[in-house]
Design a protein around this ligand. Structure first.
Ligand SMILES: [Zn+2]
Length: 306
C-alpha cells in the first residue's frame, strides 16, 4: 500500500489530536541534541561515580542518573545544578556551583569604587541570608550526607602534614597526593619548609553553617580544610573577622596584611582539585575546599578565553 504525503499529514494530525505527547516528544526528538557538554567534567572529577543521562521531553531537560557503590540518585541537569524535581521551580534562587574560580589573586589596590560597592552588597547579611547558595543535592549524594548520621559513617581520622584532622574518607586520596607533593617541594623550597615548620592546625570536619547564612559549609561535609600557622593573629586570615574590626573596609585590606600560604602550596592544592579561599572576593585565607569540578570548569573557561 502506498501513502501519499497528505495521507502522512493526516496520520500525523490524528496522532497529535489523540496523543498530544506524540507531538511533544516529536519536537523534543529534534531539539534534544547531545547530552550537556559539561557533564563530562563531572565524569572526570568523580571517576568512580556513574553518570547516565536521558532526555526528559516533559521537563525539557536532561535527567541525570547517578550511581555510586550501593547508592543511586536522580536529578535534573538544571544548567549544571543537579536539582531534584521538587526544586526545579526554585532554580533561580540558587547560585550555580559551576562558577569561574579566579586563579589570579584579587588585589584590592585595583578595585574601583563600583567594585567596592558590589562587594559590600554581595557580602551583606541581607544578601547572604536571602539566597539559597550552592545547591546541596549533588554533594549530599556524593558524600552521603543527607543526614548527619549517614555522613559521620564516612568521617575518618585523616592526619595531614602531621596534624590531627577528621575528614571525609573520599578525601583520603587527594589529600595524600597534596601532602606528598608539599613534602617533596619542602626539600628545595625554603618558603614551603617554613610553612611546614610553623603549621599549627589542619581542621576539616565540623557540622556547621556558613556564617551569616543558613547554608551548610563544606566543612560540614568534611571536604574543606582550614590550615593555620602559629602566630596567625599577627595577620588577617578571614574577611568576616576583619569586618568586625574595620566595618565596611575589610575588602580594602592590602594583600601583604593577610596571611598567605606559599604560592607553591596553593598551586599543589589547585592541581589536585582544591580551591583556595584566599582567591575569593570574600576572602578566607586558611580555607581549602575539594571542588574538582570547579577547577576543571575554570581551566576550561580560561582556555576558551585565550
Ligand atoms: Zn574553612
Amino acid at each position: 500500500m502506498k501513502f501519499s504525503s497528505s495521507c502522512f499529514l493526516r496520520i500525523f494530525l490524528f496522532a497529535l489530536l489523540f496523543f498530544p505527547c506524540f507531538g511533544f516528544s516529536f519536537s523534543a526528538f529534534n531539539l534534544k541534541g547531545e547530552e550537556p557538554e559539561l557533564l563530562s567534567l563531572f565524569r572526570k572529577a568523580y571517576p568512580d561515580i556513574q553518570f547516565k543521562s536521558e532526555y526528559n521531553a516533559f521537563a525539557g531537560d536532561w535527567k541525570i542518573l547517578l550511581s555510586l557503590e550501593d547508592r543511586t540518585a536522580e536529578f535534573f541537569w538544571a544548567d549544571g545544578m543537579f536539582l531534584p524535581e521538587s526544586e526545579i521551580e526554585n532554580k533561580n534562587l540558587y547560585n550555580s556551583f559551576l562558577y569561574k574560580y579566579d586563579f589570579a589573586l584579587h588585589d584590592p589596590a585595583d578595585f574601583t569604587e563600583e567594585d567596592i560597592e558590589k562587594i559590600r552588597q554581595f557580602s551583606s547579611t541581607e544578601n547572604r541570608t536571602s539566597v539559597k547558595g550552592t545547591p546541596p543535592f549533588f554533594y549530599d549524594f556524593v558524600y552521603d550526607c543527607k543526614t548527619r548520621v549517614s555522613l559521620e559513617q564516612h568521617i575518618k581520622k585523616i592526619p595531614f602534614l602531621g596534624k590531627r584532622s577528621n575528614a571525609h574518607e573520599r578525601l583520603r586520596e587527594p589529600l595524600a597526593k597534596v601532602e606528598k607533593e608539599i613534602l617533596e617541594s619542602s626539600k628545595s623550597d625554603a618558603e614551603v619548609k617554613n610553612f611546614l615548620d610553623t603549621l599549627l592546625s589542619a581542621d576539616s570536619y565540623s557540622w556547621r553553617n556558613i556564617s551569616d547564612s543558613g547554608n551548610r559549609s563544606f566543612h560540614s561535609l568534611g571536604v574543606a580544610l582550614d590550615l593555620l600557622p602559629r602566630g596567625w593573629k599577627q595577620k588577617n586570615v578571614y574577611w568576616a573577622w576583619r569586618r568586625d574590626i574595620d566595618g565596611d573596609n575589610w575588602m580594602r585590606l592590602p594583600l601583604e596584611r593577610r596571611w598567605m600560604p606559599p604560592q607553591k602550596v596553593i598551586e599543589i592544592f589547585e592541581n589536585n582539585g582544591f580551591l583556595w579561599g584566599g582567591k575569593w572576593v570574600i576572602w578566607d585565607n586558611m580555607h581549602f575546599e575539594y571542588r574538582p569540578e570547579v577547577i576543571l570548569f575554570s581551566r576550561l573557561r580560561n582556555k576558551k578565553n585565550q
